[in-house]
Design a protein around this ligand. Structure first.
Ligand code: NIG
Ligand code: FE
Length: 420
């Protein structure tokens, strides 16, 4: 089979002593150091061994191979916790339709929307899908992304969902990036099941999910619970199937209307409820109790010219962790910069800068169940961190259209930049 993977050029190891660093607020919660104090990070065998004030560096690490950060600001590797990165074709025509006044729901009902990406995805073979997704992944990685979720949901049959999930796995291997593959077979009703959504959910629960899980292709299960997609009852059937296989769930919840999906997802201990523009007070309370993360997707809000803001103030007051993600997809969020989403989360949703940065690090990791390995810089975790060419963490939210990355350490390797 033709392999369209990147050539395997080994990236330099990040092992050694990183100095000349300024830790962003919240980057290393366990490291006690004063604001503006020079920080150091010790990387050994691809993992964080030590992090703290350089002045407190244990003598045993002083002689390690040096990497001079040159005063860079450091954050944990970014986590993009909600993407639909693997699909065939693109949908610029729908952008034009919406500019002419059509709504997302009207476009979907006219045969466009998710189903048009399903046609293009079914037509593409695995290598073609890989080749189309790879440059998109490269863009996200250049922004400091070290872990990413990739959903299926444009295949809508066992064969084509498998193809998407296999590409997700291959991307992770080819680029040395943590990929969480989420099965979203219940994303839309495939045309061959028109009028038979119960039968399609049977197929999802009885055949597709068990087979794909047995092949090791599924890390979590998602559903699009919405008027134009699947009902609450259908969503629950998928959650039950996931539970019986021991797989965590998450939900596209309350994006266009309040379906009560978030409360249902919380009952199943969901990792996250995503979009949540129409989330109710009861949904917030259920998420709080379950420890479910609210994933905010300003790219979709912006693209759809939505006016219903997610209930940020109520989520904040309840202490529900808020993550921020690109929701990269060809219909509602063709976004390829997580930093731009940080800017939008602040500008459109009024998150504070620390909230938005936590949203693409610690809370995004939790939305993927990766909180033990990603989202903060802590001893024992794989080395994933980003050096930024800025002085102040607020600059990460303030600039847009800029790429202030100066180096990325991903999975213990220097993946971008060459801080000497
Ligand atoms: O997250 N809401 C459903 N799924 C995607 C849109 C997918 C599409 O339009 O292709 C989303 O916005
Ligand atoms: Fe989505």
């Amino acid at each position: 089979m033709m392999q369209t993977m990147k050539p395997a050029i080994p990236l330099p190891s990040a092992d050694g002593l990183w100095t000349g660093l300024c830790l962003a607020p919240g980057a290393a919660p366990g490291a006690a150091l004063e604001a503006d104090a020079e920080a150091a990070i010790v990387v050994a065998q691809g993992a964080i061994r030590w992090v703290g004030a350089r002045s407190a560096l244990p003598a045993e690490f002083a002689g390690l191979a040096p990497h001079d950060g040159g005063g860079a600001l450091v954050t944990p590797g970014l986590v993009d916790c909600h993407t639909h990165l693997v699909y065939g074709g693109q949908r610029a025509n729908e952008f034009a339709m919406r500019l002419a006044g059509a709504t997302y729901e009207e476009v979907a009902k006219a045969g466009g929307g998710i189903v048009s990406s399903v046609r293009a995805t079914r037509e593409a073979d695995e290598d073609t899908l890989f080749a189309q997704a790879a440059p998109r992944l490269e863009q996200l990685l250049a922004d400091g992304v070290c872990a990413i979720e990739i959903k299926s949901g444009y295949g809508l049959s066992l064969e084509h969902e498998r193809k998407q999930l296999r590409v997700a796995r291959r991307l992770g291997e080819a680029y040395g990036v943590t990929v969480r593959a989420t099965f979203l077979g219940a994303h839309a009703l495939p045309p061959e099941y028109a009028g038979r959504s119960g039968d399609y959910i049977d197929l999802v629960c009885r055949e597709m999910l068990p087979a794909l899980a047995a092949e090791g292709l599924v890390d979590a299960v998602d559903v699009f619970c919405e008027r134009i997609a699947f009902s609450l009852e259908e969503t629950e059937r998928v959650f039950q199937a996931a539970r019986s296989l021991g797989l965590p769930v998450k939900l596209h919840a309350e994006q266009l209307s309040d379906m009560g999906g978030a409360a249902l997802a919380a009952r199943y201990g969901a990792l996250s409820c995503d979009h949540v523009e129409h989330l109710s007070a009861a949904g917030i309370e259920a998420m709080r109790q379950a420890g479910t993360v609210a994933v905010l997707l300003p790219g979709a809000y912006y693209t759809l010219r939505d006016t219903q803001l997610p209930p940020i103030e109520a989520l904040r007051a309840a202490g529900v962790p808020m993550a921020v993600s690109t929701d990269h997809n060809p219909g509602t969020s063709p976004a390829l910069s997580l930093l731009l989403m940080v800017n939008m989360a602040c500008t459109l949703f009024r998150l504070t800068v620390p909230e938005a940065l936590a949203g693409v690090t610690v809370h995004a990791a939790r939305a993927l169940g990766l909180q033990e390995t990603h989202g903060v810089i802590a001893p024992g975790m794989p080395a994933n961190f980003v050096l930024w060419n800025v002085r102040d963490a607020a600059e990460l939210a303030y600039w847009f259209g800029q790429q202030p990355v100066c180096a990325v350490v991903r999975q213990g390797r220097i993946a971008v930049g060459a801080a000497a």
